[in-house]
Design a protein around this ligand. Sequence first.
Ligand code: SF4
Ligand code: SF4
Length: 386
Amino acid sequence: MQALEKLLGEARDLAARELSPSENEAEVGRIMSICNACRYCEGFCAVFPAMTRRLEFAQADIHYLANLCHNCGACLHACQYAPPHEFTVNVPRAMARVRGETYSSYAWPRALGSLYKNNGLTVALALALSLALFLLLTVQVTGGVLHEPLAGNFFAIFPHNTLALMFGAVFGYAILALSIGVRRFWGEVSPGEISGESSAEAASNVLRLKYLDGGHGQGCNNEDDAYTLLRRRFHHFTFYGFMLCFAATSVATLYHYLLDLHAPYALSSLPVMLGIAGGIGLLIGPAGLLWLNLKRHPLHGDAAQKPMDRGFIALLLLTSLTGLLLLALRDTSVMGLLLAIHLGVVMALFLTLPYGKFAHGIFRSAALLKWSIEKRQPSRLQLGSE
Ligand code: SF4
Ligand code: SF4
């Protein structure tokens, strides 16, 4: 009986915590009230016109606005109330802190979201290392990590069905966890009805990373007041590099099952060419993002989230590096060694996708879709800029 009462008490505490705003949410509410009176930054991104449709900011509004923010830094450099002003208005930092909270509160399972949020870089690298070691041991036991050249035939090391089963399970888990997370977000922000026009606009905004152009086309801020398009470019290299690698795997799967054409494929084949293009994109993009991240202005974003951001960037870089190296040396005796390391890194990347920067891309896309829906609806206030 006592245990039941304790459990009920804990459930009540949890519900109360979820209903009352956190310190970071209250800070976004405070800043948005100042911005709503000022409105100087209205043209910078979607956050400000979405803000003008509200006079009060409920928890769901704050989560929506936080995920709509691209952390471009433009409003911090433009703001007359930014630190050291006594109002200490720092929109990108306040939004980033709430975003960080939403990554773990929407995550499934939530405990993994919190673990990754607090120790992103360590978790990412430890997971990649353990999986690679496990696969290396498997290769060693079954035939040795160093072997006679096998003409690039990966399936001589890991049978095709074993690989399909391992990656099917990991990929399925990532999709399930991301879907549950985005469903939680979508349900909370009550988006309204999706039309063809709003989804086309949101897709275009996502694919072009429209709001990383700073609202004037010259780009966002990184380390100082100067505008730069580099963040937009490196994000594009990363996103399209990832998509090309995904396309390479999908085409290879179709070759295998539909056309009965089995790997290894020639360098001039479609899956390999897509993989090389994707690998190069995934090398340039994350390397550039890491370089920008290291010299980012200290007032931008939330410094506590840097390990999580860098964990994701590190896994992307390791994926492309090991993948390209594996392709270059696939006809040598170290293919088994490189294959085990590459597969370990890719599995770690997929297992952590639902908890870090990738999830942020999904929530941001959902927030942009909500904005495209919302802006087509009449303002409930009848006094906003829309
Ligand atoms: S960030 Fe500063 S300048 Fe921009 S709308 Fe808010 S208060 Fe005004
Ligand atoms: S940091 Fe950039 S994206 Fe975020 S609210 Fe400010 S201007 Fe908009």
